[in-house]
Structures are given as structure tokens and as C-alpha cells.
Design a protein around this ligand. Structure first.
Ligand code: HEC
Length: 204
């Protein structure tokens, strides 16, 4: 009887010794927590990387040349960083010019801010690309992708075509990762409330 008991307790002890390693579960738990926070960090890092890549692309692709109002500096006009990428400033009166020069289709006119453009297509205004609701704040990536690759207003498939001088046809073959990076960057910049005037078709 005593022997059986001893054998049983030895068996129990050896099972415990096998399973109850106090360090192991702790170690496993820690490793799991570490893996979760590492992967969260990886997601955050790759988001940061996308935003940085997007900033780089937006800079070298010159989106601000048209999409940002300008301030005069000793080196010439520079993007107004308070209204960066917020499109044609609708609170500023549009200057006048002799519209007869448009008639022949030989001339294109830019306003001084390089945000409003008149030519044979009519008059167009650079869009607000900031994450405000008057800009691309409510846009999905799919909308952005459609606007950029198919030249569709608001990124809606059956909307009107985007007018010059938006050079969307240059972006048709952009790598998907770059398109997403630009979108991530635009969603990260300061939102500016600015309802850009509607496109005006050419006078008949
Ligand atoms: C040479 C001037 C110019 C450049 C450079 C330019 N855009 Fe545009 N963009 C415009 C104009 C003008 C419009 C408005 C066209 C219209 O209303 O038909 C526009 C429209 C857009 C739209 C559509 C907005 C809407 O509400 O449908 C998006 C998105 C856009 N641009 C993104 C960009 C990005 C991103 C870049 C840089 C990679 C860029 N643009 C470079 C002039 C430009």
C-alpha cells in the first residue's frame, strides 16, 4: 500500500516537475506580450515610414506648386505653410484679366498664387488636399486612387474628368505603395477648412 502511494506521488511529482516549471509560463507570457507590442510597434513604424515616403513624394512631385497658395519670399514665391496643400484660397478675390486672350486657345493663364488656371478647358481651381472635411478628410483610399489614376473628380467613377493642369495621367502607373504613402501623408497634415470654387466650363 505504502509503495503504491509512493509510486503514485512520485508520478504526480514528476508530472508536476514537468509541467510546473515556474519560469516557463512566465517566460512564455512575457514573450507573447513582447511579440504583441513588437508587432504594434512594427505597424506604427511602417505607418511612419509611409508618411515619410509620402512627404518625400509629394515634395519631389511638386503637388504644392499648384495645390498650395504662395507667399512671396526673397527667393520668390514659396508655399504658404499655414495653408499648405489646401488648394485655391476661396476667401481671396479672383483677379481679373482679359478673357479674350483665351478665345484662340493659344494662351493659358495662371493666377499669381498658381492655384487658379484658365485655358481652353475653362477655369479650374487646385483642390484642397488636406484632411479637413472640405478637403480629402472623408475620402477613402479607393477614391484617392481613382482620382489619381483615372482623373475623376472626387474619385467617383462616373463623375466629371479632372481638368488641366492636374497632371493625373502622369500618375497612372504609380506603384501602389507610393500611392498609399502619398495618401497616408496627406491624411497626416494639418486640416485646413477651404471650399474650393467649382470648375467653370469655357464660355460658349
Ligand atoms: C500643375 C498643377 C497641379 C499639380 C502639379 C498637381 N495638381 Fe492636383 N489638381 C490640380 C487642379 C487644377 C485640380 C482641380 C481639377 C478640377 O477641378 O478639374 C487638381 C485636382 C486634384 C485632385 C482631385 C480633387 C477632387 O476634389 O476631385 C487630387 C486628388 C489631386 N489633384 C492630387 C494631386 C497630387 C497628390 C499631386 C502631386 C502628386 C497633384 N495633385 C499635383 C492641379 C495640380
Amino acid at each position: 500500500m505504502k509503495l503504491v502511494y509512493l509510486a503514485a506521488s512520485a508520478a504526480v511529482w514528476s508530472v508536476c516537475a514537468f509541467t510546473k516549471q515556474p519560469e516557463a509560463p512566465k517566460g512564455v507570457k512575457l514573450a507573447a506580450v513582447e511579440t504583441v507590442s513588437k508587432s504594434q510597434k512594427a505597424v506604427a513604424d511602417s505607418k511612419d515610414d509611409a508618411v515619410k515616403r509620402g512627404e518625400y513624394l509629394v515634395t519631389i512631385m511638386g503637388c504644392a506648386d499648384c495645390h498650395a497658395p504662395k507667399k512671396m519670399t526673397p527667393k520668390g514665391p514659396a508655399p504658404d505653410m499655414d495653408r499648405f496643400l489646401s488648394g485655391h484660397n476661396s476667401t481671396q478675390p479672383l483677379g481679373t484679366f482679359d478673357k479674350s486672350i483665351l478665345k484662340t486657345g493659344e494662351w493659358v493663364v495662371f493666377n499669381g498664387q498658381s492655384t487658379a488656371f484658365a485655358g481652353p478647358w475653362g477655369m479650374s481651381f487646385a483642390a484642397n488636399l488636406t484632411p479637413d472635411e472640405t478637403g480629402i478628410g472623408n475620402w477613402s483610399f479607393e477614391q484617392f486612387n481613382t482620382a489619381m489614376r483615372k482623373g475623376k473628380f472626387k474619385g467617383i467613377e462616373n463623375s466629371r474628368p479632372l481638368m488641366p493642369p492636374m497632371p493625373w495621367f502622369n500618375y497612372v502607373n504609380m506603384a501602389d505603395g507610393d500611392m498609399r504613402a502619398i495618401f497616408a501623408y496627406l491624411k497626416s497634415i494639418k486640416p485646413v477648412s477651404n471650399v474650393v470654387p467649382s470648375y467653370i466650363p469655357p464660355a460658349p
